[in-house]
Design a protein around this ligand. Structure first.
Ligand code: M6R
Length: 608
């Protein structure tokens, strides 16, 4: 949830740290800080608010001399956003400096122990415990000291550490929070995520759990928790650097909505071969696919919503029972794992703490697991038995759009493949569904080209306080995502309801002028949802309908209609979500909000 960076090399560190943090601000943005060592002393500057405040305060870093430093952008967990709670944190004489991403779960116990030994705490953070523990156990050997505190800390951490008496070194370590190391001719880097170093190098090392790294300006040494030296292979990042830049768009979210067409093609096309779907990375024989008796799809937020859609697709096409679970619930509800259960974990970041814990829970029961993941080399990608990447490229806006769209594609591909192998759909249906899948990228572009219509409509609803989204079947799954998109970036209260459920209580909230967004893309359910629209209309609602081109019938009841091109009913989510994303986006920017970094949120939720 926070971003950490570090640099050691030939160049002035502070501007590089600020630049790196600017690429990680999506991870947290309530305060930021950097500490830079000039060799003789370590200077630290921290500031509440966006990174811009810190940038202004240090004149783009120019006021801090020194070629070694660490930095942090924070998403508060322990203690409100403030200069004192911002990272880095120091030991008592300022000779040890730490930045931290994660949560130390036993910090109260550790804090008490340290207080009994005379340590004074200035902040409310769990991180300050780390600085004082390093001080307490320090024996002149940084690696040995770090392993000592690793044995005592419970929870998750990625740490960047500088020791005043080792002025030419940075240390870093991780457990259950992401950390990469970048290597270049002009120095070495640590970062929570690759975009922070891409400007300087494409050679990165993925640090595994409980590994430590020592960085000097021209060397990297990796250790395990037993202080043994490890040999690690670098990975070359082959993204286009522009993928993590706005590239002329006003916001990342708009850019990423536009990238959906390509992201969908990139996720789809490499897996279509000679009229078949080939998912090599599934690591399952046809026999194993036939044996599956139950699927769990486990995820959080929007990724969970793709699972809700996928349930209809898997059950409808492949006739396999599917349970969709919120990862935060799944891990504690003691799910039943039969030998032929298959668990799919869906995650853009591959670092979501609850999804990772759910994966580990499933693995501990010996069932087969698959990660549908966007970030290459992330924890879920590494730990799942197999990983199917969604080739969306880096997604920076906190509100997901293109990653969501590619997750749907990955799930459609799996469902279709399973259906074909299990013989639950015939070859003609399979072939025609593949053709419909191939049309999606173009249809997405077409919908985006009509964005001004949605913008005009959105501008009428900037002052609204409550919105309801309704739909049946897959349209309910789309409603869940439309509602989340609106509320997370516009701060308007919205709820998604299965259209038939509204009358069991919630309809009492419908009054004159209340906006109800109705999704009707499932031909066998049109009439039912039209009746539900009538129910809310009778009570004064203003209805915006999202429906398929041929369904003009809906114009008789809805006040405003958005049409999506015709596709297979199983795939309509990929199209209907576009106007809903645009609606959320335009309401947010119409209200003058920071659409890419909505309040209280962070892109990667690495805490429970
Ligand atoms: O990285 P993940 O896909 O695991 O993240 C899951 C959710 O945190 C994420 O989808 C969240 O709901 C987004 N803000 C939605 O736009």
């Amino acid at each position: 949830m926070c971003g950490i960076v570090g640099y050691i090399g030939e160049n002035q560190a502070a501007p590089i740290l600020l630049d790196g943090l600017s690429k990680l601000e999506y991870r947290g943005y309530d305060s930021a800080g950097i500490a830079v060592s000039s060799g003789e002393e370590i200077r630290m500057v921290k500031a509440t608010g966006r990174l811009k405040v810190l940038d202004d305060l240090t004149h783009g870093g120019s006021t801090l001399p020194g070629t070694i430093g660490i930095g942090h952008t924070r998403w508060a967990t322990h203690g409100e956003p403030s200069d004192t709670n911002a990272h880095p944190h120091l030991n008592k004489d300022g000779s040890i400096v730490v930045v931290h991403n994660g949560i130390i779960e036993n910090y109260l116990k550790l804090k008490k122990k340290l207080e009994n030994k005379g340590y004074k705490f200035l902040s409310e953070t769990d991180t300050e415990v780390i600085a004082h523990m390093l001080d307490y156990y320090y024996n002149g050997n940084p690696v040995d000291t770090i392993t000592k505190i690793m044995h005592r800390m419970e929870g998750s951490y990625a740490l960047g550490i500088m020791f005043q008496d080792h002025p030419d070194e940075i240390y870093a370590v991780r457990k259950d929070s992401p950390l990469i190391v970048g290597e270049s001719n002009e120095g070495n880097f640590i970062a929570s995520d690759a975009p922070a170093v891409l400007k300087y190098t494409r050679q990165v090392y993925f640090i595994q759990n409980e590994e430590i790294v020592k960085l000097t300006k021209d060397s990297l040494t990796f250790y395990n928790i037993d202080e043994e030296v490890l040999t690690k292979e670098a990975t070359t990042i082959d993204w286009d650097i522009n993928a993590a830049e706005k590239g002329g768009y006003e916001h990342f979210m708009l850019k990423e909505m536009y990238e959906q067409s390509k992201a969908v093609s990139d996720t789809l096309n490499p897996r279509l071969k000679d009229g078949d779907i080939v998912i090599q990375e599934l690591g399952m024989s046809e026999d194993e696919i036939r044996k599956i008796r139950k699927i769990y799809i486990v995820a959080c937020g929007s990724a969970y919503h793709t699972g809700v859609t996928a349930k209809y697709v898997f059950e409808g096409l492949a006739r396999i029972p599917v349970e969709v679970d919120l990862a935060s619930e799944f891990r504690y509800r003691h799910p039943i794992f039969e030998p032929d259960t298959f668990v799919i974990i869906v995650s853009q970041s591959g670092e979501t703490a609850d999804s990772l814990a759910a994966l580990r829970e499933a693995k501990s029961h010996g069932v087969k697991t698959l990660g549908i993941v966007n970030v290459v080399g992330s924890s879920i990608a590494r730990e799942a038995d197999n990983v199917m990447y969604t080739w969306a490229g880096p997604e920076i806006a906190v509100a997901t759009t293109k990653a969501y769209s590619t997750q749907l594609i990955a799930e459609y591909l799996l469902a279709l493949k399973f259906a074909k192998v299990r013989g639950t759909i015939d070859n003609d249906v399979f072939a025609s569904m593949l053709e419909e899948l191939k049309q999606l990228p173009e249809q997405i572009s077409l919908l985006l080209s009509h964005k001004e219509n949605v913008q005009k409509f959105a501008n009428r609803y900037l002052a609204t306080e409550h919105v309801f989204f309704i739909g049946r079947g897959i349209d309910y799954a789309i409603s869940l995502e439309g509602s989340l998109k609106l509320k997370e970036i516009s701060y308007i209260h919205s709820e998604a309801y299965a259209a038939g459920e509204l009358k069991h209580g919630t309809i009492s909230l419908i009054e004159d002028g209340r906006l109800v967004v109705a999704v009707l893309t499932q031909p066998d359910l049109y009439k039912k949802t039209i009746s539900n629209i009538q129910e809310v209309k009778t009570r004064g609602a203003f209805v915006m309908a999202v429906t398929t081109v041929e369904n003009t019938e809906v114009e008789k009841v809805a006040d405003y209609c958005v049409y999506i091109p015709k596709t297979n009913p199983y795939f309509t989510n990929s199209l209907a979500v576009i106007p809903l994303q645009l609606f959320g986006y335009y309401v947010s920017i119409g209200k003058g909000l920071d659409v890419d970094k909505p309040r209280n949120l962070a892109k990667s939720v690495t805490v429970e």
